[in-house]
Structures are given as structure tokens and as C-alpha cells.
Design a protein around this ligand. Sequence first.
Ligand SMILES: *Cc1c(COP(=O)(O)O)cnc(C)c1O
Length: 354
Amino acid sequence: MRYTGLIEHYKSRLPVDENTKLISLGEGNTPLIHLQNIPALLGKNVDIYVKYEGLNPTGSFKDRGMTMAVTKAVEAGSKAIICASTGNTSASAAAYAARAGIKAFVLIPEGKIALGKLAQALMHGAVIIQIKGNFDDGMRLVKEVAEHAPVAIVNSINPFRLQGQKTAAFEIVEELGDSPDYHFLPVGNAGNISAHWMGYQEYNQAGKSAKTPKMVGYQAAGSAPFVKGKMVDNPETVATAIRIGHPQSWDLAHTVEQESGGWFGSVSDDDILSAQKLLTEKEGIFCEPASAASLAGAMADIKSGKIPAGSKIVCTLTGHGLKDPDTAISQCKGDMILIDPVMDEVKNAILDNM
Ligand SMILES: *Cc1c(COP(=O)(O)O)cnc(C)c1O
């Protein structure tokens, strides 16, 4: 059977019926890749898998939630959707609105959104409203304006978003034959970690897994309200996708931590960028900076001994590396060779670098 997206695939577990018109771009069904080189570099006996959500249609996991949110908005008769975004939600909302033939309004923090994401929102024809403020300001404004204008909110406070996103946990359980022991995710608003926990619990209750994982959420040190235990007013990090100081799923995420026996942690921007580079160089997998917070966190917890030997770990790579070419290139300055167009110079470049 042709794979036509996660709603069609999991429709018995999602709030749709046979009359619902599905708005889909074939999202979901992303690869779960077993890391082959990094565990050896760590010198530890652990199995690490990465769930490469950057291979969704617009390059991030947001598509899993957006297919549901836009499907339900259209079903309810909405002609326009709105979101605040650090970038990926706007790219996804813009694409699914285009597919549905409705309008997308996106509020983004001026100057703080990665270039690829901006290109997507522009190309898909969203109305882009830049705000002289951060994501948290945008979120506040979206909630306010939705009470005064005919627009459906498609941020993760929309419960259909989490319904769509829980399917990533279903896929992991199906591929591994059970839950992993630990699941690491980067955390911004904490919608995704909450959605994964819903998915793991649902599959466990249905007898599809013998256990549930400990859920571990990693934040950037300059933007770590869950680690500080309070909201952060001026979050800063190179990982713009998780530059959020007032998470919307605050209570949900704390419930996940308690129920799953997991924890929150933070990693520095340097650790995030090194994990991103390591994964790209040693495994051939290119994710965006925010995504690498999951792996950076897992590596820290493996090194410290918090993760016992023999554990099976999944790290979610939330978005594709091509989303943020500026940050990628700025890490690799000077890594290119310039020559005259003659064979000898090419040959020397090869021999000098073998
Ligand atoms: C949205 C996003 C996150 C954060 O997800 P939350 O559900 O807000 O915690 C992390 N990484 C990337 C790439 C994202 O786009």
C-alpha cells in the first residue's frame, strides 16, 4: 500500500472519521537510524538510535502536528490559521495552508529565525508578521488576537498538534519491537516531549510495548526554564528553534517527567554545536542546532554514568540541518581549498589531505 501520511496510517488512533478530508503531504514514517561510530567514540556500550524528523516534508517534526491541526481547522470551516513561531512551525503552517487553499499568518521574532525557515514561509505564501520581540511575545499576541479575528491557532496549544505528534512514538515502538529505555528530546514549548509520552503510554496500554521509556528533555543553557524551575524572560541560544523562555506545555511536561521517571537538563551552545558537527561528520546525519541538544544531552548523561551500560536510547532529531545554513557554515570557516583550474593542483590537494 502506498504510504500517504500519518493520519491515513494511524486513523483508528486519531480524532478523524471517514468524512474528514485529510490535508497531508506524506509526513511521518521517518527513519530511525542506529548510530555506528559515536558510541565507540564515547567508549561506552550503549545503543543510540536517532529518529530523523528532519526528513518530514517541510524538514521538521512540526509536520506531524500540522497535518492534524490543519485537517481539523478545515473540517471546522476555518479559512485562516495563525501561529507564533521560532521558524519551523511557520514553515509547516505555510505549507499545509497552501495545500489546503487557506491563509496562513505567522508571527516570527525579527532577525532570530534561521534562513531556510524564512525562505519556506515566504515561498509558500504565508503572511509574515515580524515582531520586535521574541517567540514568547508572539505567542501572547496570537492568543489575544485569535479572540478578535477569524483565525485558528495551530501552535502546540492546539490539542490536535499533539495528537499528530504522538505518532512518532508509535513508529519507534513498531521498529524496535518495544519502547527504548530512554528517549531524549530538545525542549522548547515542551509540546513534543508531551506528545511522545502520550504515544508511548497509548501503545503500552494497547499491549504493543512491554515498557515505557524514561523521557529526558534537554534545553539550551541560556534558555532553560525547566532546569531553572521558573520562566526565563530573555532566552538566548544559537539553537533558535528552542529559544523559548515561557513554555506553553509547562504542566504537561512536568507530568511527563514524573510519570516516566525522566529528567530535564541543559547543554551549552558550544556543546550543542559540537554534537551537531560530530553527528554530521561521524555519522553522515545533518540536523539543525536545536535538534543536536538531544544528542548532546544523551552524550553528557552517558559520560557521567547516569545511563547504565547496555541501555537502548532514542534521540529525536527534530529538524534538518539545511534549515540553518548560516550557523552551519560559520562553524566551518576556512575548510575550503582554492586552486587554479589545473590537474596538478587538484592532485596536490588530494595528496595533501589523504
Ligand atoms: C519546535 C522545535 C523544537 C521544540 O519543540 P517543542 O515541542 O516546542 O518542545 C525543537 N527543535 C526543533 C527543530 C523545533 O522546530
